[in-house]
Design a protein around this ligand. Structure first.
Ligand code: HEM
Length: 482
């Protein structure tokens, strides 16, 4: 009835896929759930996690309201904060409210396209070095190679260090911390932390005076991941300490040398709020540096690995990709001209449609809000699925087909903006998007010029949705000379 608002109860109920409700026990069930979401002809549906009702926007319009037009009524959900606390503290990915707002404002100018262009040459050089290290006939895991490349690229851009992979002390320490994070995703202890965060927050809001302050302190304490297995492991602690010390000494060195370097660390240290003035504290710079490192390499590496896989399975697109790579040449990139890599850019985009590295954006309502005609009460969990958007046949006819030309400008123009969400949308969209959209095509071109990766066409590779949507077991390939 016009004028009558629906409640969450009125939404279509998605069938459970596991004991937990809407989140299945393993990747195939979780992906299956999102494919069902992609087929819905209603704007939004509901599901559950244990006893909690949760909401899934299905139409691009509903996703757009959550992420963009009504973003003020949402925050990110708290689980990720606990997991990344040890590593990234209060960096941009995990922070909220005033701190996030100030930091985003300080950092946005650094990540605009023009200042990012200076890193194009770094991207090419790192990929070139990786290509130099390969031999014809050798068997490689393409996913492992792209991880090393993406780690080195972000390491050089951030810290201006030349060798940066898991063999280096800093890279090794980061790898140790990251694999701890990966091991603890979806563990019961994490769920316990999230429930405690939720309970202490609710109690702080419901009480007043000293009691409220007590629950607020308890809440701040629960953000620290003390319940997670292995958090006091000496190896993890040593890695975390080494990270702190190494980054602090890089900060000190830059200050002493008068900020000569052009790396992101220097830029973060120099960033100043034009209105309020003031720079970040060293601790904040550290948190942001690690956040950029973490957010900036596995995502890109995964998208690159899938790109090589898809190209290997589609000879017609592969031939075009190679032709473009050859024309790009191997000289220094003095000026970044994206039109020279237009096809590889479309390949990279289409790859992220089929395999969005971050497939889900979890949000929670801060207040009662209306989305697509339904009133969501405060503290409702809302999951925006990039994956579901990317498999909607209304947006992408024949959605399973790999077709880079979907990204020709005239085709792109007719689609709803929020039908493509690999970088999310709205105020919290990926700040590293321009960086990633240069890195993907440049690394593809540099490697494709030199080598062909032969991937057994009969071997179907499936997804693994831990942390990012990775190829399960990597992408085994034989290196062939061009
Ligand atoms: C293909 C590569 C990448 C993908 C698919 C990707 C995806 C995303 C997504 C989906 C979000 C938003 C999450 C949410 O709204 O819940 C995000 C946020 C973020 N990304 Fe990326 N990212 C990529 C590369 C990068 C790079 C290269 C950097 C840094 C150099 C970076 C830094 C960040 C940061 C700092 C945030 C938090 C922004 C905020 O909340 O204000 N990302 N990314």
């Amino acid at each position: 009835m016009p004028g009558t608002m629906n409640t969450v109860r009125d939404l279509k109920r998605m069938p459970d896929v596991g004991l937990l409700g809407s989140f299945g026990p393993s990747t195939p069930e979780r992906l299956q759930f999102q494919r069902q979401l992609a087929k819905l002809d209603v704007p939004m549906a509901r599901g559950r996690i244990l006893h909690l009702s949760v909401v899934f926007p299905a139409s691009p319009e509903a996703a757009h309201e959550v992420l963009v037009t009504k973003a003020k009524s949402f925050e990110k959900s708290p689980g990720i904060r606990v997991l990344l606390y040890l590593l990234a503290g209060q960096g941009l990915f995990t922070s909220e409210g005033g701190l996030w707002k100030r930091q985003r404002k300080l950092m946005s100018p650094i990540f605009q396209p023009a200042p990012m262009h200076q890193y194009a040459e770094t991207m090419r050089l790192v990929a070139e070095r990786a290509a130099d290290g390969m031999r014809a006939g050798q068997t490689i895991d393409v996913a492992h190679e792209t991880t090393r490349i993406a780690m080195s690229v972000v390491g050089k851009a951030l810290f201006d260090v030349d060798t940066f992979d898991e063999a280096d002390a800093l890279g090794g320490a980061l790898t140790t911390c990251l694999s701890w994070v990966n091991r603890n995703l979806a563990k019961p202890a994490l769920v316990a932390h999230v429930l405690m965060l939720d309970a202490t927050e609710a109690l702080a809001a419901k009480t007043s005076g000293g009691l409220s302050a007590f629950f607020k302190r308890a809440h701040d304490k629960v953000v620290e991941p003390f319940l997670l297995p292995g958090v006091n492991d000496p190896e993890l602690r040593a890695a975390a300490q080494l990270l702190d010390e190494r980054i602090q000494s890089m900060i000190d060195e830059r200050r002493k040398a008068g900020f000569q370097r052009k790396d992101l660390l220097t830029r973060l240290m120099l960033a100043e709020d034009p209105e309020l003035g003031g720079r970040m504290s060293d601790k904040q710079v550290r948190d942001e540096a690690i956040t950029i490192f973490v957010a900036g390499h596995e995502t890109t590496a995964t998208a690159l690995a899938w790109s090589f896989y898809l190209l290997a399975r589609h000879p017609e697109h592969f031939a075009r990709a190679q032709a473009e790579a050859d024309a790009f040449g191997d000289g220094p990139i003095e000026e970044w001209q994206p039109e020279k890599l237009a096809f590889l850019t479309r390949v990279f985009r289409e790859t992220m449609r089929l395999f969005p590295p971050i497939m889900m954006m979890p949000r929670r309502t801060l207040e009662e809000v209306e989305i697509a005609g339904t009133t969501l009460p405060a503290r409702t969990l809302v999951f925006v699925s990039a994956y579901a958007q990317h498999y909607r046949a209304e947006s992408y006819p024949n959605p399973d087909a790999f077709d880079p030309d979907r990204w020709l400008p005239e085709q792109e123009a007719i689609r709803h903006k929020s039908s493509y969400l690999p970088f999310s949308a709205g105020p919290r969209f990926c700040i590293g998007m321009h960086f990633a959209m240069m890195e993907g095509p440049i690394v593809l071109a540099t490697l494709l010029r030199r080598w062909r990766f032969e991937i057994d066409p009969t071997r179907e590779i499936t997804e693994d949705d831990f942390a990012t949507l990775r190829p399960r077991g990597g992408v085994q390939a034989t290196v062939r000379a061009r």
